[in-house]
Design a protein around this ligand. Structure first.
Ligand code: AMP
Ligand code: ZN
Length: 665
């Protein structure tokens, strides 16, 4: 046997032991013998660096340092899940699914919804190549080196599985391991971590992978994304994933009917506290992969899956004080400051009260004992008052009349649930908040400038609004606390570079109330320039698809404000993109106006996403499922047979990729 074969053999042997131990929970070798073999491999690898392999079992002890985590666009979007809270919700979902598929012969998988951080693992030719966090679903952070240290993730898998795929799963911290970590921290005089979920996701962003390797993280897998059609059902694909080394929870179960789904839910609702990991519900999925494809996705979640949330835990505590926060648009949010209390594994000190109506409706008062509930959301909410414990001298809550930050009298327009501070240009959190929004990733995406620096720059009197950013000079910034010359230069460069950001993002960045990302896109496409938009009348605005009274009025208000007009003129003079670029105009037509497309299969001349973008650029709409309203199906290779039947039944026109290209050229 030569050295290379010897190294290979040792790696395979150690991989098998890791699998037995971390996935099957059934060790067949002593720790001591394992270490000896690992040392031997390490030695051989050191002596023969030519055979280095980043997926070798020796690499899982970590030691790489990541200074900045790269943003990576997901090849396939990571969706969230629709939620349900009752059996009725589940039955409704089943009906919707049956209607789309036109059959009631369905099979479901039931899985526990583990509460951690979602991760996307990419494998090429059976080799682990990268790991990316979910991020916003479209793009996340690459945390490959840290993920490599998690023992239960196979870095190289056996041959009898698909070869190129993404594996989706949840990085979790077992409750036991979490407590152990905390005991050590407290013993070292450090502060204890709050809950396993945040600690798990925080661990992924540690710079030193050796630190990550020390944490007892685990990865539970729940979905394979691949173009190879080796398996017919979700269950089968997961069973096979487990066989080749992935930790697929044993709790996953097949249900032949929705009643069997209920059985699963009931069983685990009662037993979930005995599990080694935190769970917050059950995920139900249509088992047949063909049917999954047919069902497709809404803007946010797959239609073929639904989460059933376990009833949130509740606890009673005293509400000490109600305070008020001012957001970037001036919206006021009342906050309940609570007597700290343990709830679902975390210490809760604050709860959101939403708005004045909510406080009035529940009759919430300071010094009341209140019931606090934590669903999936980060900030818990108050669901009721325990009136039996109300102090005798209690008075109804008088909602704030003035802004807690600038003391301006608050206003509330009809039909709006929230109070606002109208002092747009003089109220500190509004000024800071607007600039923070302006520089954020989905807006101007300015590198080298963070939210805290914005606040500092404002406090130092260097900026009052987002236009001021473009006047900043390196020399002005250097004297600030924690600013070195290099970071000052980076910041100014980042700001200047943002002048290339396309109009639709600039429009979103302006922070016009109710003009979110999607609305900004619509408006940019329709009006093509800020001048056209700002001179549009109310009637013109509401004629735009999906623009209602509320948005239209907000744009009118923005456009008629002298301060805003001056700001926009300044942005123009700095050279920001305040109109749609000629290039993107060129690609846009109305050729497909009013036509609805469904895209199915694999394409050659453009990717599926490019195809969808081309449909939208030419005025068409993309839908993910076939209905009577569908005008065309653009069919690539391997279009699902059931989609085909459905299209034929409904008489929808099926066209090829080339037909489509001809249509728009
Ligand atoms: P949500 O964030 O509430 O929209 O729920 C979606 C998230 O649930 C996914 O991104 C996963 O991180 C997580 N999840 C946990 N268990 C599962 C599972 N068995 N199937 C799908 N998603 C799961
Ligand atoms: Zn104010």
């Amino acid at each position: 046997m030569n050295i290379q074969q010897k190294i290979q053999l040792l790696r395979e042997e150690l991989r098998q032991h890791n699998y037995n131990y971390y996935v099957l929970d059934n060790a067949t070798i002593s720790d001591y013998d394992f270490d000896i073999k690992l040392k031997e491999l390490e030695m051989l690898e050191n002596e023969h660096p030519a055979f280095f392999d980043s997926n070798s079992p020796t690499q899982i002890v970590g030691g790489t340092i990541t200074k900045k985590f790269n943003t990576v666009v997901h090849k396939n979007r990571m969706y969230s899940l629709d939620n349900s809270y009752s059996k009725e919700d589940l039955l409704d979902w089943e009906k919707r699914v049956e209607k789309v598929l036109g059959t009631s012969a369905l099979e479901f998988t039931c899985e526990l919804k583990f509460d951690g951080a979602s991760i996307n693992l990419t494998y090429e030719n059976g080799q682990f190549v990268k790991a990316v966090t979910r991020g916003d679903g479209f793009q996340g952070d690459e945390v490959t080196n840290n993920i490599r240290t998690i023992r239960s993730i196979p870095l190289s898998i056996k041959n009898d599985f698909v070869r190129n795929f993404e594996m989706r799963g949840e990085i979790v911290l077992p409750i036991d391991g979490f407590h152990k970590m905390n005991e050590e921290r407290v013993a070292n005089g450090e502060e204890a971590y709050r809950n396993p979920r945040n600690t798990a996701s925080g661990s992924l962003k540690l710079q030193d992978s050796a630190e990550v390797a020390k944490r007892p993280l685990d990865c539970l897998l729940y979905q394979i994304v691949t173009e190879e059609r080796k398996y017919k059902t979700h269950f089968e694909s997961l069973e096979n994933a487990r066989k080749v080394g992935f930790k697929v929870p044993e709790t996953i179960s097949l249900a032949k009917s929705i009643d069997e789904v209920f059985d699963f839910v009931n069983h685990w609702d009662a037993k979930r506290h005995n599990l080694p990991y935190e769970t917050d519900g059950v995920v139900i999925k249509v088992n047949n992969l063909q049917q999954q494809e047919e069902l497709g996705y809404t803007a946010k979640a797959p239609r073929w899956a639904i989460a059933y949330k376990f009833k949130a835990e509740q606890v009673a505590t005293v509400l000490n004080e109600i305070t008020y926060q001012v957001g970037r648009t001036g919206a006021i949010t009342p906050v309940a400051n609570l007597e700290p209390v343990q709830l679902a594994g975390t210490t809760v000190k604050r709860a959101s009260l939403h708005n004045a109506d909510q406080i009035e409706k529940l009759d919430i008062r300071e010094k009341d004992t209140v019931f606090v509930e934590k669903g999936g959301e980060i900030i818990p909410k108050i669901i009721a008052v325990d009136f039996t414990k109300r102090p005798e001298n209690s008075e109804p809550t008088q909602y704030a009349t003035n802004c807690p930050e600038c003391n301006t009298q608050l206003i509330r327009t009809e039909g709006d649930a929230k109070h606002y501070c109208p002092n747009e240009f003089g109220c500190a959190p509004q000024i800071t908040g607007r600039i923070q929004h302006f520089i954020s990733r989905k807006a101007m995406d300015i590198d080298g400038l963070g939210g805290e620096t914005v606040d500092l720059l404002r406090k130092e009197g260097l900026i009052q609004n987002y236009a001021d950013l473009y006047d900043l000079k390196v020399a002005q910034v250097i004297p600030l606390e924690r600013m070195a010359e290099k970071s000052a230069q980076n910041m100014v460069d980042g700001i200047q570079k943002s002048k290339e950001i396309p109009f639709e993002k600039v429009l979103f960045a302006l922070g016009i109330r109710f003009v979110g990302e999607t609305v900004a896109k619509k408006l940019a496409k329709h009006f093509k320039s800020i001048d056209n938009l700002m001179s549009a009348t109310f009637e013109e605005l509401i004629h735009v698809d999906e623009i209602g009274d509320r948005i239209a009025q907000s744009i009118i208000d923005f456009s008629s404000d002298l301060g805003n007009i001056q700001l926009i003129n300044r942005l123009k003079s700095y050279g920001l993109q305040l109109e749609v670029s000629a290039e993107s105009l060129e690609n846009q037509t109305d050729k497909l106006q009013g036509q609805i497309f469904v895209v199915s299969g694999v394409f050659h001349q453009m990717s599926r996403n490019e195809l969808k973008k081309a449909i939208e650029d030419n005025g068409g709409k993309v839908s993910s499922s076939i209905s009577k309203k569908t005008n065309f199906i653009v069919a690539g290779d391997n279009m699902g047979p059931s989609k085909l039947t459905k299209a034929q039944d409904l008489g929808v026109l099926i066209i090829s990729e080339q037909d489509f290209i001809d249509k728009i050229s």
